[in-house]
Ligand binder design. Sequence first.
Ligand code: PRP
Length: 179
Amino acid sequence: MPTKMKTEPKVLIPEIKLQARIKELAQEINQDYQGREVVAICILKGSFMFYSDLIREIELPMSCEFLGLSSYGGQTITSGEVKVTLDINEPLNGKHVIVFEDIVDSGYTLRYVMSMLRTRGPASIKVCSLLYKPDSLKAEVQLDYVGFKMGNEFVVGYGLDYNEKYRTLPFIGYIENEH
Ligand code: PRP
């Protein structure tokens, strides 16, 4: 846990690599959902940048919804307690839903999202996460589209924060601990 910040974040995934991978993910989604209409749900706050870049590459009839969830507060370790800060507007009954996450770490947020959305009767739900930390996973979750698998680095930027800082960086960076 980065108690004191040593330096500014270092680049882990540069902008050019992020954007190239986003184009690939969009192509996969375009192919898989051909001829269908989707509801694209952005999990706020962390996913806003990934979501807005990716949906511009998706060529499907689509509605955009925003679901606000928070479990980290100002901490770097999940509290495990997921709080809904904003609900979506649209009924999901019979719809094809894609959930867009910036990162799946413990998996608690995604597990919560999936159980909440399944009660609303969608025809299908898939998950697209930019980042995935397989070694940190504590809840059983299924990911359909993954941008990058990563290790245990504490990552910021491109929507992700440390104490609400760094969300606006155009790359994924990591923060080193001061020992
Ligand atoms: C972060 C991130 C994911 C979740 C992943 O959200 O955006 O939604 O944590 O972690 P998990 O797999 O351990 O649950 P956070 O609660 O920090 O809120 P934020 O997106 O508003 O920063």
